[in-house]
Design a protein around this ligand. Structure first.
Ligand code: VJV
Ligand code: CA
Ligand code: ZN
Length: 415
């Protein structure tokens, strides 16, 4: 049954492009863009959901837009990994129109393509930029286009909010929180979240970033570590060398940014009850003291039970309650994707959360006409049962200590 609650009138902008599911990090790599296509397919097949969304086509962010945060040399370097299709199109277009005039919209791409094909082996920047250098961040066909799509949508999410076209904007292709100014890390190359927040800061005074991916949102935290206009709040698994190893309770920001970074490090096995209790206690105090103009949530689904990389134990409903809780503050909201490595659960989760934005609490079987139907074998339901016998390694007293520490830090904020 699908039930609509009273605030189903919120306008929801949903960003998608069918090309996103075609990118491939390589055989066996845990990050699978196909999960975005799977989530989209569920969203379409729960028809009443899709009909209520304002659907926007994702465009590729231009190089100049990426340089608003990233080092220009790094962006130029990444741009050599445009999709083969695009390279062939630009080359062919420019040779068949050999009247010597290259159309203005293709000029920059033409210049880059010729530059990279001439200089192929002159300098190896892979090690410097950590691209293609480890299994985490491989190079693959169309890598740059993938980054452009992910960033283009997150930047446009900011625009639909700023122009008042939407109350909530969603980009499941974004949320790549580990990318640094000139370095790829943890499956991320371009930090679409930082670009989105920078766009919001053109108008808004204060932006809150909330990160429920099971990894620490280090790239976003680092980008805004010195400012009091962005508060970053990450919940994450921490300890035993879990990636990336940052995000201790006492990392709070620096200079005027001191106490504007909030971290909630967790041990494995936390389930809905204690997680939501903690989430509500922390976010309610943050909303009250920071009073943001807009909230950006990274909705990484690797905090779900049975994830291939994460060891937290949330159900889809528990994960979704974090979204509902942030929505009820009535502040403009941007939802971005992120991690999530048991892909049939990631798509379930993000389809469910798209419904929550519209005030719909979907609790139904997977539509039988879904092209990915066979991926949901077992129960063929939107929700999956969590692992009952997993031990929550977080003691009640550890969690209480985190809350009181965070409250102490927040007391230092100027009013
Ligand atoms: O733990 C790490 C770094 C290593 C070095 C590189 N090897 C491959 C793994 C260990 C120390 N990296 C993490 C990165 C997690 C990124 C999470 C991203 C997000 O969810 O927060 C946001 C999108 C890690 N954990 C697991 C793996 N890497 C991993 C990478 C693979 C793999 C299996 C596991 C890469 C390729 C292949 N298998 C074939
Ligand atoms: Ca996190
Ligand atoms: Zn993650």
């Amino acid at each position: 049954m699908i039930q609509a609650d009273s605030d189903s009138s919120r306008r929801v902008a949903y960003f998608y492009n069918r090309l996103i599911g075609k990118f491939h990090y390589g055989k066996e790599h845990p990050m699978k863009p196909k999960r975005i296509a799977m989530a989209h397919s569920l969203i379409v097949n729960f028809g009443q959901l899709y009909r209520s969304l304002d659907v926007y086509l994702i465009r590729e962010a231009q190089l100049e837009e990426l340089k608003k945060f990233h080092d220009p040399e790094y962006v130029t370097y990444l741009s050599q990994y445009m999709s083969d299709n695009k390279v062939n199109f630009v080359k062919e277009y420019c040779s068949t129109n050999n009247d010597g005039v290259i159309p203005e919209n293709l000029l920059e791409e033409y210049r880059l393509i010729t530059k990279w094909s001439q200089n192929k082996n002159t300098k190896n920047l892979n090690a410097e930029y950590k691209v293609g250098d480890s299994a985490d961040n491989p190079t693959f066909s169309g890598l740059f286009s993938y980054c452009q799509f992910s960033a283009g949508a997150s930047i446009d999410c900011a625009h639909t909010i700023l122009t008042g076209q939407a109350d909530i904007a969603i980009n499941w292709s974004g949320g790549l929180h580990h990318a640094k100014k000139k370095e790829a890390a943890g499956f991320c190359y371009i930090n679409d979240i930082v670009l989105c927040i920078l766009e919001l800061l053109r108008i808004y005074v204060r932006v809150l970033y909330v990160d429920i991916d099971c990894h620490h949102g280090d790239g976003v935290e680092e980008a805004f570590y010195l400012t009091n206009r962005v508060m970053t709040l990450s919940f994450h698994q921490y300890g035993d060398d879990f990636f990336p190893g940052t995000g201790q309770l006492n990392s709070v920001g620096l200079g005027v940014g001191r106490y504007y970074a909030v971290n909630v490090p967790l041990k494995p096995g936390i389930s809905d009850g204690p997680y939501l209790d903690l989430f509500k206690k922390v976010t309610s105090r943050v909303m009250e003291t920071f009073r943001p103009d807009c909230v950006v949530v990274q909705c990484g689904a690797d905090s779900l039970s049975l994830d291939r990389l994460g060891a937290l134990n949330l159900s889809i409903k528990g994960h979704g309650q974090c979204i509902t809780y942030m929505k009820q503050f009535g502040v403009p909201l941007i939802l971005l994707g992120g991690g999530g490595y048991t892909i049939q659960n990631v798509s379930r989760c993000w389809a469910y959360e798209t419904g929550l934005c519209l005030g719909q609490n979907i609790d139904e079987p997977i539509p039988t006409n879904d092209v990915y139907y066979k991926n949901y074998s077992g129960d063929y339901h939107l929700h999956f049962p969590i692992q009952e016998h997993v031990e929550n390694k977080n003691k009640a007293e550890d969690l209480n200590k985190i809350v009181s520490q965070v409250y102490d830090h927040l007391k230092n904020l100027e009013n």
